[in-house]
Ligand binder design. Structure first.
Ligand code: AHR
Length: 327
């Protein structure tokens, strides 16, 4: 069966589940649900505004937690500083919000503040990223499978370049964040046994600016010996394009590039032949998170984890997908 047909069937399956109100699959359901008179106040501790993916995720959350859906949203973006985010969660507890949603900057350091939320009887829902703390401290997690994303990216690299000696550099996401950890694990396991060698791997903090700076450093150090770039998100890959072009090299040809997110800009770079493969990370989690908050507050059982469905794109597939891309 052709890939497009399979993707179509998968999408129909997700839509059918959403229409039936079933859970277990996130990112494509409709928000809202039964109307209630009481406005639900929700504190949302977002990581920051580091990437195009993050902007799309914030917009999805703000739309889903709108006044018309029965919510009052107290929004905080932590500038990717774990201490800011913990302070924001403490402030939500002090304000006595009905529920707290967190997209954790890093996986560690959550036990104390989540215990405080539990003691105050405020349910916590994790969105996007996971934590290392005890699962008793939060009600549910809704997000994407980062390890699988890394595996998909790595499988492409192993298949396309793994049979010949290949020198790779890696732009990592925020150090200590779940996507940086899990994408690295997934990618490494997929290229095991191939001839891909990691020359260097450094954080670009999921931003274009740092992606460019770190790639400039890689190019100064390793020059034309670099054959492959794995950027753990589109934005770092997009920043790296500038560095590669400035070094007189052609992205997508002299250096093959695989990225994760599949934002509009990432898919455009693929359609233009500058990215060779892009793995999707669906940011449109708001409706599923909002429904989960309503269900938790209504005392219903909710799935502990709900995972969005992600696809991947070759340059040809990116061209086809771009006109209808929502983010
Ligand atoms: O947690 C998801 C990651 O965070 C996205 O890949 C990245 O773009 C973002 O900032």
């Amino acid at each position: 069966m052709k890939k497009g047909i399979i993707a179509g069937i998968a999408l129909l399956g997700v839509m059918a589940l959403a229409a039936a109100g079933c859970s277990g699959s996130a990112g494509a359901t409709s928000s809202g649900g039964a109307k209630s008179d009481k406005v639900i106040t929700v504190g949302f501790a977002q990581t920051g505004s580091e990437s195009g993916w993050r902007s799309a995720n914030t917009e999805s959350m703000k739309d889903a937690f709108s006044a018309k859906n029965g919510f009052k949203l107290v929004f905080n973006a932590a500038d990717n500083k774990p201490e800011n985010q913990i302070a924001a969660v403490r402030s939500f507890i002090n304000q006595g919000v009905d529920a707290i949603v967190i997209a954790p900057v890093v996986t560690t350091g959550w036990d104390d503040v989540l215990k405080e939320a539990k003691d105050a009887n405020i349910p916590v829902i994790l969105e996007d990223r996971t934590i290392d703390g005890s699962a008793d401290l939060y009600k549910a997690w809704i997000g994407d499978d980062f390890k699988k994303e890394g595996e998909t990216a790595g499988a492409w690299a192993a298949k396309s370049l793994g049979a010949q000696a290949t020198n790779m550099v890696v732009l990592e996401g925020t150090t200590g964040s779940a996507p940086a950890i899990d994408r690295a694990t997934g990618f490494s396991s997929a290229i095991k046994g191939s001839q891909i060698k990691t020359l260097d791997s450094q954080t670009g903090n999921f931003t274009r600016a740092d992606g460019k700076t770190v790639m400039e450093g890689f190019l100064q150090k390793y020059g034309k010996t670099i054959n492959l770039l794995f950027a753990q998100n589109d934005d770092m890959g997009l920043g790296a394009l500038d560095a590669i072009k400035a070094a007189g090299l052609t992205p997508g040809k002299d250096i093959q590039i695989v990225t994760i997110d599949a934002t509009h800009d990432g898919l455009q770079a693929a359609a233009d032949g500058q990215f060779n493969f892009v793995v999707e990370c669906n940011p449109l989690l708001g409706p599923t998170v909002a429904q989960t908050v309503k269900d938790v507050l209504a005392g219903k059982d909710v799935p502990k984890s709900q995972t969005a469905t992600d696809q991947s794109f070759t340059p040809e597939q990116a061209k086809t997908a771009l006109p209808d891309r929502k983010y």
